[in-house]
Design a protein around this ligand. Structure first.
Ligand code: CAA
Length: 694
């Protein structure tokens, strides 16, 4: 017995139960308890089979990630699994919740595995930048075949119990109470005289070309990643090497991955994402409001995408638009999106019908009288937003959450247009809103804790990663993006070309380079906003136009006009360099008196990346973001920042804030005001500290 693992006798069946909430991670205490309970069960002459399970919500969901990078206390997980594999008496793993990583590997060291119908299994290590390091790459292919194991291990995706049964990961599904069912099943294994079954004694076979073919099939998706390819290499070892050698090979590859900066970045993201759900001044027990019905203002692309999120989560939603035509068009686009998903086989026709059934349209705000939340997704414009919020204030029931999807405007000012600013919050979705995982949740000065807690919970329900931020122009993501885009343009004025800038960032791991992103988003969008702002600007601070404005003036609005920073062939999204743009850039340089020069890839990289970091540091300093990890989560989930780099702030910490600051200070000397170093960055650099020390 230990604090973490208990042993109970049920007739001749020993039940070993792991008890280490919340997810029964296999920390040192659990590992020790597992071995000692096994020894006791084996020593007990009355026992003829052992059942291994987890208490609470799950079978062990993996190794304890917080132990990574530190010396491992004995016994290590290998030794534990070997002890179960070599147990004198047969062992049945009984799985509920999620048997993941080291948890599933432990179960694979057992003779048999049963599970509840709602159980899920998986080897998600690849998502932490590592590979299953406790025999998973050797045992799973032996048990279920190489191709199926490749798919599971390289994707890291969870497998539901029914499929796990089909594949042979589970041998039996338990109905009703897991412990009773598992004990009865264990008894039947003995009564039926089922033989011992060690997976290590099985063979893994595959045609040699399978691995190359598989590698090619993931090449695009896994671009820049290390771990997926190391997983494949380890699984190849299961086919080509004897078990012990395959295990040694897995160990070697595991350590290589574990020591990689990629794994450090991905592990940082794992914890940063979970941390971002916590708001220090909004305690866990803050009362939550029920969200059983929603409204969306605006049937445009954004509004439609937002409405789909509600319908996907089973929440009925009413979309309001100003005219029937707009409404019909918006509903038609939603239907088309769902139909495309059905065609791809991702949802069934019945699911589509059910979701469409939850979406209705109306022209009159009165249709929103009973909803629990309204998300306004109308055009950006303060007077329009104020008018809408005034109307919502008049029709919505008390306690309804009034949210705005604005990406730039002051949520405090919008809230002030109502008599209930405590119920007003920003919910900044990213386009396409039904796909992108990020939700920037903007807390205004008077937003209540209840409204924050409910909106954060809602984010999870609609399958988003919600990050709470404060009010400023562009909030966190777009404010940083602004500096990054502008720097990319300054590089163009100084001598770089669009494809050179984009290639540097793309090769580093970004989903797209900054100029390709601008083409996708539409060059005209920023141009119009800048013009509007320029009109209301202080005349003493004249507006200095950007090179993107010049592009817009040429009618080059990006992909939508098939011309932007690049030229696009009819029906293609592949950017091609365009000499007309190069000519325009040369002309702009000339007009500004800039002598164009060769700019190195390293300079391009640093100038784009450090803009993000410098503005990110200002944002932290101002308290607009609560933690540097929140900024990283925003960039990875909303802006195509490579997860294996851990986010811009994490990346800067790895480089060293002193080094980053010195470079920024140098850029400041050369390029002036746009490189004013963040005071926080300066202070941390001088004190030898990191963002995490805050
Ligand atoms: N180690 C340590 N802590 C863990 C953990 C782990 N393996 N898995 C989850 N936690 C912690 C989380 O950090 C979180 O802590 P806080 O409440 O303090 O934030 C808490 O458990 C609950 O986690 P979630 O908020 O994620 O809860 P959930 O119900 O949404 O999801 C889960 C549960 C599906 C298990 C999810 O936590 C998860 O995917 N965990 C990671 C699983 C994993 O990657 N396992 C492999 C580990 S690596 C390994 O095993 C290596 C090897 O081969 C030896």
């Amino acid at each position: 017995m230990s604090d973490f693992v208990s042993l109970e006798r049920r007739g001749s069946v020993a039940v070993v139960t792991v008890n280490n909430p919340p997810v029964n991670a296999l920390g040192a205490g659990v590992r020790q308890g597992l071995v000692s309970c096994l020894e006791q069960a084996n020593a007990d002459t009355e026992i003829d089979i052992i059942v291994l399970l987890g208490s609470g919500r799950t079978f062990p969901a993996g190794a304890d990630i917080t132990e990574f990078g530190k010396p491992m206390a004995d016994p290590d997980l290998h030794e534990v699994i070997l002890a179960y594999e070599n147990s004198d008496k047969p062992v049945l793993a009984a799985i509920h919740g999620t048997a993941l990583g080291g948890g599933l590997e432990l179960a694979l060291g057992c003779d048999y595995r049963c599970g509840s119908a709602a159980a899920r299994v998986g080897l998600p290590e690849v998502k932490l930048g590592i590979l299953p390091g406790a025999g998973g790459t050797q045992r799973l292919p032996r048990l279920i075949g190489v191709e199926a194991a490749l798919k599971i291990i390289v994707s890291g995706d969870f497998v539901a119990a029914g499929k796990a049964l089909d594949l042979g990961i589970l041998d039996h599904i338990v109905d009703g109470d897991l412990v009773d069912g598992a004990v009865a099943h264990a008894r039947s294994l003995i009564d039926d005289g089922k033989p011992r079954r060690r997976i290590r004694d099985m063979n893994a076979e595959a045609p040699p070309e399978l691995f190359d073919t598989f590698e090619k099939s993931i090449a695009r998706r896994a671009r820049g990643y290390l771990a997926p390819f190391k997983c494949i290499e380890a699984i190849r070892g299961a086919v080509e090497l004897a078990f012990e050698e395959g295990m040694a090979n897995e160990r070697k590859l595991f350590i290589e991955c574990m020591k990689s900066p990629q794994s450090a970045g991905q592990r940082h993201m794992f914890f940063a994402e979970r941390q971002s759900a916590k708001v220090p001044d909004v305690p866990k027990d803050t009362p939550l409001r029920t969200i059983a019905g929603a409204g969306v203002i605006g049937a445009g692309t954004m509004g439609g995408g937002i409405a789909m999120n509600f319908a996907n989560a089973g929440i009925p939603v009413t979309i309001i638009d100003i005219d029937q035509q707009g409404l019909d068009k918006g509903l038609g686009i939603i239907e088309g999106n769902y139909a495309a998903t059905v065609k791809k086989g991702r949802i069934s026709q019945a699911e589509m019908d059910q979701r469409m059934g939850l979406i209705s349209g109306a022209l009159d705000y009165a249709a929103l009288a009973q909803v629990d939340i309204v998300v306004e997704a109308a055009f950006e414009g303060m007077s329009l937003k104020k008018e809408i919020f005034g109307k919502l204030d008049a029709v919505c029931k008390p306690g309804a959450i009034l949210a705005t999807n604005t990406s730039t405007l002051d949520v405090n000012e919008i809230a002030a247009a109502t008599g209930r600013p405590q119920d007003v919050i920003g919910t900044h979705f990213f386009s396409p809103a039904n796909v992108m995982k990020l939700l920037e949740i903007v807390r205004a000065g008077k937003t209540s804790a209840e409204v924050i807690a409910t909106t954060m919970k809602l984010a999870r329900k609609i399958n988003k990663v919600g990050v709470l931020v404060g009010v400023c122009d562009g909030f966190v993501g777009n404010r940083m993006l602004h500096g990054y885009f502008n720097e990319a343009q300054r590089l163009l004025e100084e001598g770089a070309l669009p494809h050179q800038v984009d290639k540097v960032l793309y090769d580093w791991g970004f989903a797209m380079g900054p100029l390709a992103v601008m083409d996708l988003a539409g060059i005209d969008v920023g141009w119009r906003i800048r013009k509007e702002k320029a009109a209301s600007r202080d005349p003493d601070q004249p507006y200095s136009s950007t090179v993107a404005d010049r592009l817009a003036e040429m009618g080059r609005f990006g992909q939508k006009t098939r011309r932007g920073w690049y030229i696009y062939q009819e029906g293609s999204r592949v950017p091609q360099p365009d000499p007309e743009v190069e000519d325009m850039l040369k002309q702009v340089s000339k007009e500004k008196g800039i002598t164009r020069r060769d700019i190195t890839d390293q300079e391009i990289f640093k100038r784009c990346m450090y803009q993000l970091v410098n503005i990110g540091a200002d944002i932290l300093d101002e308290g607009i973001a609560m933690r540097s990890g929140d900024i990283d989560v925003i960039y990875v989930y909303g802006y195509g920042f490579p997860v294996f780099r851990g986010g811009p702030m994490f990346y800067a910490e790895r480089v060293g804030l002193k080094q980053v600051y010195d470079d920024i200070a140098k850029f400041h000397e050369i390029h002036g005001v746009t490189w004013r170093p963040s005071a926080l960055l300066k202070r941390l650099a001088e004190e030898g500290k990191g963002f995490n020390d805050l």
